[in-house]
Design a binder for this molecule. Structure first.
Ligand code: MTE
Ligand code: MO
Length: 324
């Protein structure tokens, strides 16, 4: 049955359906027993189990690699219009409901991403080519903003490790640094010197190679709109939303921990790791609960945004409050 197939991760973009169909699929899921759900989730076979563990490509991984997993979030999806019209993209405006209109003019094609630094094969990759080269998988992930609102978003994209495998990180590479386009003419927010542009983010290499870490090129079965980070953005679902950098033009493998725009803006408030953690309050507010868009009552925030089973091993022995 088609409902079943849609949970598999290798779905050609053309088969992806509009919001109404997503919603009826969710209703189906709610009616299914736990056992049936488990069967559905394992029925996808190959994409979940046959990919070799990605963490060992550079020989730098210290931790055992679990089988890459893809667990659809068992929550209701956030509506497409809410995802398209409630955004953080400070290059355009700090008003969430104003980003969509202000970002409409962003020229997102053609678009090249330069991948380099400590790699054997640096290169410039055209995003349209990348979309042809790698299957566009559907990944339903929770997104938890550090400001305590959240959504559930059906992304399209491909895991970052596929691109990193192409460029072959050198053994000295320990981190990945990402940069957003710098173009104050197209992105008027960059004329403000409140922040140090361009937007920069970073991941430890093993985080970057984790199968959950996605380069997203679309959502709800369509290409990304400018306000969501067209044409290509990072999605790291177990970290606060600010790690999921938009409209990426540069990816570098580096030896040292990158300093992000938010660390520069306020290192006391925003750390490098930024793992979702209900027990580690922001200096100015609690992180214990969140407001899911479209819901009346606040819900409890989950450690690692509910992806603890998949990612906790990355932080074994680490003090999560010190390393916030
Ligand atoms: N370049 C860039 N990337 C960014 C941001 C930004 O202002 N600029 N905001 C971040 C924050 S705080 C969040 S919560 C998410 C929001 O993504 P969305 O608008 O697609 O939901 O994008 C992140 N990526
Ligand atoms: Mo955010």
């Amino acid at each position: 049955m088609s409902t079943q197939k849609r949970f598999c991760s290798n779905i050609p973009a053309a088969q992806i359906t509009p919001e109404a169909v997503y919603r009826s699929r969710r209703q189906f899921m709610q009616g299914a027993s736990a056992l049936a759900t488990a069967v559905l989730l394992t029925a996808c076979g190959a994409p979940q189990t046959s990919t070799p563990p990605p963490n060992d490509i550079s020989g730098t991984s210290q931790s055992p690699s679990p089988v890459p997993t893809f667990t659809p979030a068992p929550d209701d999806l956030t509506g497409e219009q809410e995802i398209l019209n409630y955004n953080n993209f400070f290059e355009f405006t700090v008003e969430k409901e104003g980003v969509a209109a202000k970002a409409q003019g962003l020229i997102a094609s053609p678009w090249e991403v330069a991948v380099g630094g400590l790699v054997r094969n640096p290169g410039a990759y055209d995003v349209d080519d990348l979309k042809r080269q790698f299957d566009q998988e559907e990944r339903v992930y929770r997104l938890r903003c550090v400001e305590t609102w959240s959504m559930v978003i059906p992304w399209l994209g491909f895991p970052l490790h596929k691109l990193l495998q192409l460029v072959e990180p050198l053994p000295e590479a320990q981190y990945v640094r990402f940069e957003t386009l710098y173009d104050p003419e197209q992105m008027p927010g960059q004329k403000s010197d409140w922040y140090e542009w361009p937007y920069v983010e970073g991941l430890r290499l093993d985080e970057a190679l984790h199968d959950l870490t996605l380069l997203a090129t679309g959502l709800y079965g369509k290409d990304l709109q400018p306000q969501n980070g067209a044409p290509i953005r990072l999605v790291v679902p177990w970290k606060y939303g600010f790690k999921s950098i938009k409209s990426i033009v540069k990816i570098d493998l580096v030896a040292e921990q990158p300093t992000s725009l938010w660390m520069k803006a306020s290192s006391r408030e925003y750390g490098f790791y930024a793992n979702v953690n209900p027990d580690a309050p922001h200096p100015r507010w609690s992180q214990a609960t969140e407001r899911r868009l479209g819901e009346a009552r606040r819900r409890k925030t989950l450690l690692f945004n509910g992806y603890e089973a998949e990612v906790a091993y990355l932080y074994a022995g680490m003090d999560l409050k010190q390393n916030f």
